[in-house]
Design a protein around this ligand. Sequence first.
Ligand SMILES: Cc1ncc(C[n+]2csc(CCOP(=O)(O)OP(=O)(O)O)c2C)c(N)n1
Ligand SMILES: [Mg+2]
Length: 376
Amino acid sequence: MKRFKAYDPPEYQEWRCEEGVLEGFCACLEADEARAAVIAGLGWEALEGLYRGLLRARLHDIALKRWVKMGVITKAWLATGEEAVTVGSVHALRREGVERDVVGPMIRNAAACLEMGIPARQMFALYLGTTETKAQGRDLHIGDLDYGVVAPVSHVGSLQPVMVGAALAFKMQRSARVAMTWVGDGSTKTGEFHEGANMAAALHLPIVIFIQNNQVALGTRTETHQKGDFLAFAEAYGMRGERVDGNNVLDVYAASALAVARARRGEGPTLVVAETFRMGGHATHDEAEGRRLFDADVFASWGRRDPIGVFEAWLTTCYAGPVGAGVEDSAAGRRARLEAIEAEVDAEMEAASEAALAARADHEPSPEALLDGVYV
Ligand SMILES: Cc1ncc(C[n+]2csc(CCOP(=O)(O)OP(=O)(O)O)c2C)c(N)n1
Ligand SMILES: [Mg+2]
């Protein structure tokens, strides 16, 4: 994809697929037989869908970062480098119809909202705090049950028991719906995460819980706040645990699809530990501090494994199935198709952010509405 000097982390600016990176990506796809079978069953259209989702996530963040630089907003929480965790998992869900699954995304999982169908314009309007959103300009934590998205509150970990409650409701209704949620490595230190995880396992509920280990929580590296293996939580609570390469969208997708299928069959919850890396700061305000938390070679090593760049390389040179109609089956033909998708997604994000911004002046919340919905 096109790289941006003003917005991309330095490791992504001249990104090329270096020797060994694609080999590592492919080896991961072969490492687990069940996951390999899921990936083998993915057609070109589904792969394009994943690619589109990754681009949407990255370009959504870049648009926000541009707004920060322009002074439109003061800061934004981005998921640069972590896109595959969210996109790969959400694509394993049923995302349409009344029987759609539900997700509980944290701020690092904005892509879950987009992939569940919340229009990008809504996402941008939320950052502008306008009345164009269900939150009526009060909160930038986005959710919309019409799209199967439960809005989080700011308190990390609190969403876990809420999503476990959704899964309990599905079980009681004998519905085949599944709940999915994500918790950061740091947020696993909350009591609510553990209460939720235990209840999910004890009641054998249809939920997939991701621990998104991006190696850091605000300014605290994971190695300083977690001594044991995150997977041990699965064993402790008595539920199935899986580890995925969070920079490999296909590995995430395959593990998620298997976990979702088990949950639908009544086989209970799965805890998935996704290893990935935060390529920037906690938000745009502390990028410089964020980069000082790790040695440059740590950034370099994760930067080589940009989830979008490697997936592009795999799609152009490794995928062996039939390509879609109208796509010339050569490396150049596939690359041209990916570029066309990028142009579409770029136009979608540009139009959405411009429309939200243009509507801003007409949708400022009124001071009189400040106490609406406040009961105490
Ligand atoms: C209960 C609670 N404590 C503290 C905070 C402040 N806080 C916001 S994000 C964050 C770090 C979260 O780290 P992690 O769970 O690893 O998620 P990441 O930001 O890395 O995606 C903290 C401590 C909060 N929002 N809620
Ligand atoms: Mg973290």
